[in-house]
Design a protein around this ligand. Structure first.
Ligand code: AMP
Length: 446
């Protein structure tokens, strides 16, 4: 199969040739003809499968082939993405694909001045990439109208809900024309997303190119168990031992990112960090330097987990396990992309056992444990497996109780003492609000 047989026009084929894309990926093979035929789409694809081209190529073709010229302060197609980084990245891909087409494309996101964006929108754009918050700001300030909008793409839709964009999505949805094509892309499909799809899509074609919630098999995954306080030391040890060249490291919190970066820099290691508290320009600079191999270790919160496409990234380290198991798939999807192989290592401490169990259950695999001599944890991480079980450890003989003491139990997080086992929880998830879309008359705040 070739891109030509999927029905793409010559200017797009020329761009693809220049980019070195020879064969459509499975998600492209299914999505491109369906989008060209005007269908709504609900597509589940692993990260790194080429889904951006899967929606952007047919969208650009439809825009080039049909429809009126875009008027002032309007957009004909809208791609919503959860983060600023992803907005930049998707727009960059769109720009490359559209190189030989007479189309105007642009990206808007928060964290930067709104005025240049308002100026740019004055003459209208054919295809706009946007994060939900900034898009609504522009709409409310009358810098953008949706009357010409014919296609809406929700990229990383599950992530948008995780990040709390459900209200913004509902508001945007209310402002859009009812007659339009909608494409919903997501690396993973939770029940919330299926509900959202039911509300937004019209007789959608379901595209599922890989089994649900399975991590890329080009990524070698393993865990090292360790006590929480020794994680930084273990990380440096593994890095030196494995002579790691470039590593993307995920930490749970912004403070965690800063603390690790500071520690690494203190040891003379070339490290930088990105998280939501840093200004957009600083984040972008750190990312650009990492991509250019000027930074060896980039430590990030999950803000960086989605969509970042870094060529030949060999290694991802989960310094902390993600709270939402699905984020594990997104994180490790930063390596092993477009057919190359990668490694993903997770440093797991005792109080993360339920997170580990949820990840194994979601990805239907028991992660291989490789313990590091001298780093064996004092607080043992109970055995887990893909069934979601936290496996019971044989009871140690108890020491006789000291009289009048406060009980012999040490609380090690969610599981209590050596013999007791915490109930396996399928996943620890923040509560997500799913928008309920109002299909009645449109109401807009003044
Ligand atoms: P995505 O999943 O859209 O983030 O794409 C992952 C990477 O695969 C990007 O670097 C794309 O440029 C690349 N890519 C997408 N489609 C193809 C293709 N058909 N052939 C080769 N590389 C591709």
């Amino acid at each position: 199969m070739t891109f030509a047989t999927l029905g793409l026009i010559e200017p797009l084929l020329r761009s693809l040739e220049k980019l070195g894309y020879q064969t459509p990926t499975p998600v492209q093979a299914q999505a491109i003809p369906a989008v060209l035929a005007g269908r709504d789409l609900m597509a589940a694809a692993q990260t790194g499968t080429g889904k951006t081209a899967g929606f952007a190529l047919p969208l650009l073709q439809l825009l080039a082939m049909e429809g009126p010229k875009v008027t002032a302060n309007s957009a004909r197609a809208l791609i919503l993405v959860p983060t600023r980084e992803l907005a930049e990245q998707v727009h960059e891909a769109v720009r490359q694909y559209a190189e030989n087409l007479p189309l105007r494309t642009y990206a808007v996101y928060g964290g930067v001045s709104i005025n240049p964006q308002m100026m740019k929108l004055r003459s209208g754009v054919d295809l706009l990439v946007a994060t939900p918050g900034r898009l609504l700001d522009l709409f409310r300030q009358n810098a953008l109208k949706f009357n010409q909008l014919q296609t809406l793409v929700l990229d990383e839709a599950d992530r948008m809900l995780d990040l709390g964009f459900s209200e913004e999505l509902a508001n945007i949805y209310r402002a859009l024309p009812k007659k339009r094509q909608t494409l919903l892309f997501s690396a993973t499909f939770s029940d919330d997303i299926r509900l959202l799809a039911g509300q937004m899509l019209n007789d959608p074609l379901t595209v599922e190119v890989s089994p649900r919630n399975v991590a890329a098999n080009t990524v070698k995954q393993w865990i090292v168990t360790v006590d929480k306080k020794r994680k930084p030391e273990l990380f440096v040890h593994l890095m030196r031992k494995g002579k790691w060249k470039q590593v993307l490291v995920f930490a749970k919190t912004r403070n965690g990112v800063d603390a690790l970066v500071e520690k690494l820099q203190g040891l003379g290691i070339n490290a930088d960090g990105i998280h939501g508290d840093k200004p957009q320009a600083t984040r972008q600079r750190a990312l650009d330097r990492f991509k250019a191999s000027e930074v060896q270790i980039l430590v990030a919160t999950d803000v960086a987990a989605r969509g970042l496409d870094i060529e030949d990234l060999p290694m991802v380290v989960n310094f902390d396990l993600p709270i939402v198991a699905e984020d594990y798939i997104h994180r490790i999807g930063r390596t092993g992309r477009a057919g190359s192989t990668g490694e993903a290592i997770s440093l797991v401490c005792a109080d993360e056992v339920n997170l580990l169990s949820a990840i194994e259950m979601l990805t239907r695999q028991t992660l291989k444990r490789q313990n590091e001599p001298d780093f064996e944890p004092e607080h043992r991480v109970p055995d887990t497996d893909a069934s979601g079980q936290v496996v019971k450890k044989p009871k140690k003989p108890k020491k006789p109780k000291a009289s009048g003491g406060g009980g012999g139990k040490r609380n090690l997080g969610r599981w209590v003492d050596s013999g007791e086992v915490a109930p396996a929880e399928p996943s620890i998830k923040p509560v997500r609000k799913v928008p309920v879309f109002n299909t009645g008359p449109r109401k807009r705040k003044p």
